[in-house]
Design a protein around this ligand. Structure first.
Ligand code: NAD
Ligand code: TYD
Length: 351
C-alpha cells in the first residue's frame, strides 16, 4: 500500500489526477487535501467519492501543524502537490494571497514531508506541479522553453510559482528531500473554472455574452488536454528521476484569437447554430497588465526519457471540452449561483 497525498484535488487538474490515481491504483490510499477555495469543487469528483481507496480532507496547506498531522495520520509516502491560486488576473488584483498559498503553503508541505520522513527517503517522493509561466515570455522567433531556460516570471502568479519551485529544489539540495518538479503549459478540458479563457468562452457563447479578447488577441499559448497532463504526472511521479525537472507541453501553439474562433465554431455547431453565429460576441478589451506574449514548451526530455506523448488531438480535445460544458450546464449554473460551495455540507455534513 502506498499512501499518496494529492493537494488541490478538488480543482481542475487535481480532480483529473485524483480520478486517474483512484482508478488506476486500487492498492494505494489516495488522500485528497483541499481547502475548497472558490476554485475547489467536490462535484468534480462525485463519480469516485465513495471508493475505498479515496479519502477527502478539507484543510489549508499553509497550516503546517495540520499538514504534519496528516502526514502522520496517513503515513504519507508520496506527495503530488497541485494546490495553488492559479489565475493570473486574480494575482494582479491580490498578489498577497498568491504569495501565501503558493509560496508559504508549498514551504509548509515541504517542511511537513521533511519532518515526517526524517531522512528516510527510500520509496518516497514529493512531486511539485508547476507552470511554464515561470520561464517568462517568448518572442515569436524564440525556440520553446527547455528545462534549462532561465526563470524570468512576470506576473505575481508566475513569480509565486517560481518561488515555490525554488523552495522545492532547495529542500532537495539542503535536506536531500526526493523532489520532482514539472512545468506544464496551459491546460484545458472538463471542470476548469470558467474564469479561464476556454471555459469562459464556451459559457459566454452558450449564454450570448461578450467574449473578452485581451489586447489584439495575438498572444500565444501552448494548449494541452488535461488528461494528457494527468498521465504525464502519473508517469513522472512513478518513473521520473528525483531532483529532476520535466517540461510538459502540447506542442500546440495557438494565438488567442484563432483559438477563440475554433471554440466559436465548435460550440455553434454543437448548439445547432449556423456557422459564424457567435463571431459577433468577440469583444476586444484592454490588455492584461504585463501580458506575456508567448509560451511554448519543449517536452522532448519527457518524450525521449519516459516515452510520454500527448494523446488527445486539439480539435478532439476542444470538441470533448465543449460537449462536456454543454452537457453539464448545471455544473456551470451551480458556480454562477454559488451552490457548488454547498456540496461539501450535503455530502460530508456541516463544517
Ligand atoms: P485550480 O485553481 O482549478 O485548483 C486549485 C485547487 O487548489 C482548488 O481546488 C483549491 O481549492 C485548492 N487550493 C487553493 N488554495 C489552497 C490552500 N491554501 N490549501 C489547500 N488547497 C488549496 O487550479 P488548476 O488549474 O487545477 O492548477 C493546479 C496546479 O497546476 C496549480 O499548482 C497550477 O499552478 C498548476 N498548473 C496549472 C496549469 C493550468 O493551465 N491550469 C498549467 C500548468 C500548471
Ligand atoms: P488564461 O486562461 O487566463 O491562462 P494564462 O493567463 O495562465 O495563460 O488566459 C489564456 C490567454 O487568454 C492569455 O493570453 C490571456 C487571454 N485571455 C483573454 O484574452 N480573455 C480572457 O477573458 C481571459 C480570461 C484570458
Amino acid at each position: 500500500m502506498k499512501n499518496i497525498l494529492i493537494t488541490g484535488g478538488a480543482g481542475f487538474i487535481g480532480s483529473h489526477v485524483v480520478r486517474l490515481f483512484v482508478n488506476r491504483y486500487p492498492d494505494y490510499r489516495i488522500v485528497n487535501l483541499d481547502k475548497l477555495t472558490y476554485a475547489g469543487n467536490l462535484e468534480n469528483l462525485k463519480d469516485i467519492e465513495n471508493r475505498p481507496n479515496y479519502t477527502f480532507v478539507q484543510g489549508d496547506i499553509c497550516d503546517y501543524e495540520r499538514m504534519l498531522g496528516l502526514f502522520r495520520e496517513y503515513d504519507i509516502d508520496g506527495v503530488i502537490h497541485l494546490a495553488a491560486e492559479s489565475h493570473v488576473d486574480r494575482s494582479i488584483r491580490d498578489p498577497f494571497t498568491f504569495a501565501r498559498t503558493n509560496v508559504l503553503g508549498t514551504l509548509s508541505l515541504l517542511q511537513a514531508a521533511r519532518t515526517h520522513w526524517a531522512g528516510n527517503h527510500e520509496n518516497r517522493r514529493f512531486h511539485h506541479v508547476s507552470t511554464d509561466e515561470v520561464y517568462g515570455a517568448l518572442t515569436f522567433e524564440e525556440t520553446p522553453f527547455r528545462e534549462t531556460t532561465k526563470y524570468d516570471p512576470h506576473s505575481p502568479y508566475s513569480a509565486s510559482k517560481a518561488s515555490s519551485d525554488h523552495f522545492v529544489r532547495a529542500f532537495h539540495d539542503t535536506y536531500g528531500l526526493p523532489t520532482l518538479v514539472t512545468n506544464c503549459s496551459n491546460n484545458y478540458g472538463p471542470c476548469q473554472f470558467p474564469e479561464k479563457l476556454i471555459p469562459l468562452c464556451i459559457n459566454n457563447i452558450r449564454t450570448g455574452k461578450p467574449l473578452p479578447v485581451y489586447g489584439k488577441g495575438e498572444n500565444v499559448r501552448d494548449w494541452l488536454y488535461v488528461e494528457d497532463h494527468a498521465r504525464a504526472i502519473d508517469l513522472i511521479f512513478h518513473q521520473g528521476k528525483t531532483n529532476e525537472t520535466y517540461n510538459i507541453g502540447g506542442n500546440n501553439e495557438r494565438k488567442n484569437i484563432d483559438l477563440i474562433r475554433i471554440v466559436i465554431k465548435t460550440v455553434d455547431r454543437l448548439l445547432g447554430n449556423p456557422e459564424g453565429t457567435s463571431e459577433k460576441l468577440i469583444t476586444y478589451v484592454t490588455d492584461r497588465a504585463g501580458h506575456d506574449l508567448r509560451y511554448a514548451i519543449d517536452s522532448s526530455k519527457l518524450m525521449n526519457e519516459l516515452g510520454w506523448r500527448p494523446e488527445v488531438r486539439f480539435e478532439e480535445g476542444i470538441e470533448r471540452t465543449a460537449r462536456w460544458y454543454l452537457e453539464n450546464t448545471r455544473w456551470l449554473e451551480n458556480i454562477d449561483s454559488g451552490t457548488y460551495r454547498k456540496y461539501y455540507e450535503e455530502v460530508y455534513g456541516s463544517r
